[in-house]
Design a protein around this ligand. Structure first.
Ligand code: NAP
Length: 277
């Protein structure tokens, strides 16, 4: 990912200095005009904006230490796009501020191949002045989305987006197993039926989201009691030899909501079972 981000900066005409723990892995970037730094401290000294993209958040602190003391960091902006928790982001923001630098925590909503293409976006939270000052540079990676001054917000929203993605992937896995159980082509099913169906169903999300915000789940189409009246998906899955383990927890929540007296309401009310308002 670091290579893709540095490449996007070079493509946008920025002056780039790169450091990587294992020497040699930045060779292609050097060929494209990046300058190589022999140490973290050298990279920091050369850069007004210091972008950090390594595997584990826990190691980011070590790199900050290797960058030098307050004199080395003073006045710089650290943009850390290493994935971590909101708590880690808040601690890092405090640490970096203590060194006299501005801090932006980032969550990259892209794989390296789609960096600098229209589908990609990057979430940021932290120092608003730094975001505005370096907005053009950040836009080289992808569309930049600033979520506010609380440094942990980008990490939280990153994980929320991944949760939505894994929900969709889980639904795909179950649907694919069902179709394969009767010898169908998963590829054909996916392109001709599943994608159009999910695309149509995606339109239901904004009204459901409005219900969650309002705490009012008055049904607009399909009441929960109707949806859980039969366990057809579970029954048919078992009969076809397909494990219902991905589907069961969602259905269990829907049933609990009905048992709690919300059978005439919509699906979005299950949020109330997951987290207190
Ligand atoms: N790839 C994606 O699709 C994707 C998408 C969104 C977000 N991200 C996030 O981007 C970050 C990097 O992911 P990646 O895909 O680039 O992983 P990767 O291909 O495994 O590369 C990891 C990089 O981190 C460096 N590194 C690991 N431990 C280090 C340490 N202790 N000190 C210094 N450098 C260290 C590695 O250096 P060496 O070359 O020396 O091993 C390498 O450059 C992660 O936080 C990931 O969650 C990735």
């Amino acid at each position: 990912m670091g290579r893709a981000l540095a490449g996007a900066l070079l493509a946008a005409g920025h002056r780039v200095t790169v450091w990587n723990r294992t020497p040699g892995r930045a060779a292609e970037l050097l060929e494209r005009g990046a300058r190589g730094a022999a140490s973290v401290a050298e990279a920091v000294a050369a850069s007004e904006v210091v972008l950090v993209c390594i595997l584990d958040y826990a190691d980011v602190g070590t790199l900050v230490e290797q960058g030098g003391g307050r004199a080395a960091w003073q006045g710089r902006t650290v943009v850390n796009v290493t994935n971590g928790s909101p708590e880690e982001a808040r601690a890092m923001a405090e640490r970096v501020a203590g060194l006299g630098a501005a801090y932006l925590d980032g969550g990259i909503m892209a794989v390296p191949e789609i960096i600098a293409t229209p589908g990609a976006f990057v979430l940021y939270s932290g120092a608003p002045d730094a975001f505005e000052a370096h907005r053009e540079l950040l836009d080289s990676f992808a569309r930049s989305v600033f979520l506010g001054t609380e440094p942990g917000r980008a990490a939280l929203h990153d994980l929320a987006l991944l949760s939505g993605m894994y929900g969709m992937f889980g639904g795909f896995a179950h649907a694919a197993a069902l179709v394969r159980s009767e010898g169908g082509s998963v590829a054909e099913f996916t392109t001709t039926l599943l994608l159009p169906w999910l695309t149509a169903m995606a339109d239901a999300l904004p009204p459901m989201a409005a219900q969650v915000d309002a705490g009012d789940y008055a049904v607009t189409g399909s009441p929960l009691a109707m949806q859980v009246a039969h366990d057809s998906i579970g029954d048919v899955s078992r009969a076809q030899g397909v494990s219902p383990e991905l589907f069961t927890p969602v259905f269990a929540l829907m049933r609990r909501r009905v048992a709690d007296g919300h059978g005439s309401e919509g699906f979005a009310g299950v949020v109330e079972l997951l987290a207190r308002r």
